[in-house]
Write a protein that binds this ligand. Structure first.
Ligand SMILES: NC(=O)c1ccc[n+]([C@@H]2O[C@H](COP(=O)([O-])OP(=O)(O)OC[C@H]3O[C@@H](n4cnc5c(N)ncnc54)[C@H](OP(=O)(O)O)[C@@H]3O)[C@@H](O)[C@H]2O)c1
Length: 444
């Protein structure tokens, strides 16, 4: 075992790791190695959890290939705020198949991927993250794709404490496994790019993510997102109560969460979706107007009429073509000179890709998702707010398809995502070794 001397170990559970020579494990109540007590008859000696020296991990060896199972050492803790987590279930995101298919977001080969998981903390440095304990079940949101120790497609992964949140007791671990990246995405889209202020009920405080990001030191914000952070939306153009927000592809998980956050802040939401499949879902989430993405001409007409041409803010979850449609709609809806919002530009957040030559009247924003893992203050704020919203049931859970079979089931499940066979929900892969089968968990 190569863990540093100052780490705490998890209360053990009987579990075998496939194909490993592993020391037997026993239940334990105390983390430290303690002297044996031979004088106590029949006393069941408690030993610390013995972690295996190696683990299974999925690796991508080239663009266009499948992820392949390899045996590797456990990832090591490097920084005081890091946790070692045994992965229990993995939420699959679109970027997981896009990385393999097109080489998006791959720093080097062999590459380890997977952007979010739920697991149990099995080790941590003793000095930091005191509110999180060995044995806690947490959601880890791994936006830090350059650090393979943090990837989800492995049996044990590292996470910074500010990128995890405890799983509220009332929520199934599988359901929450696929919500983390979408929550961070929706929150930064609305909060930083569009400048919407949130309200944290528990503390009674306002959460102004735009201001929080802009008041960071320059070196605390990654270079490639400085423009969107420091030269982003001007104060006069920030989202306000009563503003309309256009969400193209609102059935995407990030769209579903964005609808709820926008409604929480008093915005009005136009959701563009496949209405046959998703109208009811979006109305239940609070969308004020739901129009069809398969008839965009007619939808644009309906939006103009119903919103009286006042849509100025937008979020596109799909791609360039739809982003261009959103841009033209925001442009036609741009406030006329005589309105009180005279001079305000429109703003569009593009999650996948934006217009190649954005119109000067519609500012196009890329998502500064890196803020979440590079800036501990922002990471901690988002993680604890997500916990608060889930724990207080202020945000609805998503629908998930749970797939058994562990790492072996990942390639096949990513194939379903790539073929667009999954709509309006996440696939979550359970790390058990059982035969692959799926079960469906509905939203609560
Ligand atoms: N820039 C970043 O940092 C960042 C972060 C997170 C996510 N993203 C990107 O944001 C996007 C949304 O992510 P997500 O996780 O919320 O997505 P998701 O839940 O997987 O949703 C996928 C979306 O794709 C749509 N879709 C399905 N089949 C389609 C087809 N044949 N043609 C066009 N669209 C189709 C779905 O619409 P229907 O339901 O109507 O089929 C749905 O709206 C993804 O492209 C993701 O990679 C970017």
């Amino acid at each position: 075992m190569r863990l540093p001397a100052d780490v705490t170990l998890q209360h053990g559970s009987k579990r075998k790791f496939e194909g490993e020579d592993q020391a037997p494990e026993e239940d334990t109540e105390t983390p430290a190695v303690r002297p044996s007590r031979p004088h106590v008859k029949n006393h069941r000696r408690k030993r610390p959890r013995v972690l295996p020296s190696s683990q299974k991990q999925l690796q991508l060896h080239h663009v266009g290939g499948d992820y392949e199972i390899e045996t590797v050492p456990l990832p090591a803790l490097h920084h005081p705020e890091e946790l070692l987590i045994e992965v229990k279930s993995i939420g699959l995101n679109p970027i997981d198949w896009k990385a393999a298919a097109y080489g998006y977001g791959i720093p080097s080969f062999p590459c380890v991927y997977g952007r979010e998981f739920v697991g149990k903390i099995v080790a941590k440095k003793e000095t930091e993250a005191d509110d999180l304990k060995v044995g806690d079940t947490v959601l880890a949101i791994s936006t830090d794709y350059r650090d393979y120790r943090k990837a989800a497609f492995q049996e044990f992964a590292i996470s910074s404490a500010f990128n995890v949140l405890r799983v509220p007791e009332t929520i199934s671990t599988e359901t929450i496994s696929g919500m983390g990246v979408a929550f961070v995405t929706a929150t930064l889209s609305l909060g930083v790019c569009l400048g919407q202020k949130f309200f944290m009920k528990k503390s009674g405080k306002e959460l102004d993510l735009c201001l929080l990001a802009q008041t960071q030191q320059e070196h605390e914000v990654p270079e490639d997102v400085r423009d969107v952070v420091f030269n982003g939306i001007p104060t006069a153009e920030r989202a306000q109560i009563g503003d309309w927000l256009l969400i193209m592809g609102a059935s995407a998980i990030s769209g579903q969460i964005a609808v709820q956050l926008a409604k929480m802040c008093g915005m009005r939401v136009v959701a563009v979706v496949d209405t046959k499949r998703h109208k009811e879902r979006l109305e239940n989430l609070g969308a004020d107007l739901v129009v069809d993405r398969h008839n965009l001409e007619e939808s644009a007409e309906i939006i103009r009429k119903e919103t009286k041409g006042e849509v100025r803010l937008g979020l596109d979850t799909i791609g360039r073509e739809t982003a261009i449609w959103c841009e033209s709609l925001l442009l036609q809806n741009a406030p006329k000179k005589e309105t009180p919002k005279d001079g305000q530009r429109s703003h569009l957040v593009c999650l996948a890709s934006g217009p190649k030559q954005p119109h000067p009247q519609v500012r196009s924003h890329q998502l500064p998702i890196k803020l979440f893992h590079t800036n501990p203050e922002i990471g901690r704020t988002l993680s604890s707010w997500m916990y608060e919203l889930l724990d207080s049931k202020a945000i609805k859970l998503i629908e998930v398809d749970v797939v058994e079979g562990g790492l072996k089931a990942v390639n096949q499940s990513l194939g379903r995502l790539r073929r667009h066979e999954v709509s309006g929900k996440r696939i979550v892969v359970n790390m058990g070794e059982g035969r692959s089968r799926t079960k469906r968990l509905r939203r609560s």
